[in-house]
Design a protein around this ligand. Structure first.
Ligand code: JDN
Length: 249
């Protein structure tokens, strides 16, 4: 997968050199380009923001640097590329983190992990001039995406979270694909509690069923733990009617 990021803080993404995603880059599974929006501002102060039309607090990101930065990423294909890619090659998907966007979920991460080329545009200040979204939508697919119902100072941290969630779903990035299916949100429930050795620690014991060797009983206990936890802290994840303890039919 090709990933491009446009930001005024390229150093934020230095951490993508390390850990699982760093390895995925070294092995060529992820091809990452980080671009500084200010390279596309041509005044002496490399200005990327200005006051809002209509008044109001804060500053808005100017459209011209965004247009030029995205031109470099979404450049029209040459005739030769057109011939090799085929006319029906998928367009890049451009994602702008925004508190006004659709909420990012594990289902969206799975969908985005199948894309060939993702572009992330990190806004700052009060946001980006609306025409940047409108103009980008004339030559690529555009989605505004929110991590959740809280406000960050800019899109960078949201993009880091999205890249981590998406990157680990790309085949080959996580060594043991089995570890992807057992976790919170993958089956719509929260994860069951995990234990390792020692069997007793500071007076706390591991639930005996986990030491029983009875795989059916272990699976049933884990499922019950998932349901209990989900009912208690995230009833919104359960289908309606299943939020109460089961009753006899
Ligand atoms: O997802 B966020 O909370 C978010 C906040 C800002 C942003 C982009 C995303 N640009 C400016 C603030």
């Amino acid at each position: 997968m090709r990933i491009d990021i446009v930001t005024i803080f390229p150093e934020f993404f230095d951490v993508l050199d390390i850990s699982l995603l760093g390895k995925a880059r070294q092995s060529g599974l992820i091809d990452l380009g980080v671009r500084n929006l200010r390279d596309h501002a041509h005044d002496r102060h490399r200005t990327v923001d200005d006051t809002p039309y209509g008044g109001g607090a804060g500053m808005v990101m100017k459209p011209e640097p965004w247009g030029e930065a995205l031109d470099g990423i979404l450049r029209p294909r040459t005739d030769a590329e057109y011939a090799t890619d085929g006319a029906d090659a998928p367009t890049p998907l451009v994602i702008f983190p925004s508190p006004a966007g659709e909420v990012f979920t594990q289902a969206m991460a799975r969908e985005l992990a199948t894309e060939e080329h993702l572009v992330f545009g990190c806004g700052r200040y009060e946001g980006i001039d609306q025409r940047v979204f409108d103009d980008t939508a004339t030559r690529a697919r555009v989605r505004l995406v929110s991590l959740g119902d809280y406000v960050l100072n800019g899109g960078e941290v949201a993009v880091m979270a999205m890249i981590e969630a998406i990157g680990r779903l790309i085949p080959g990035v996580v060594g043991n694909p089995e570890s992807l299916v057992q976790e919170s949100h993958e089956n719509g429930l929260l994860e069951y509690p995990s234990y390792t050795k020692p069997a007793e620690w500071r007076g706390h014991e591991v639930p005996p069923v986990l030491l029983s060797g009875n795989h059916g009983a272990i699976a049933a206990w884990r499922h019950e733990q998932q349901l209990e936890r989900t009912r208690r802290v995230r009833p919104d994840l359960l289908p309606p009617e299943s939020t109460h303890a089961e009753s006899a039919p």
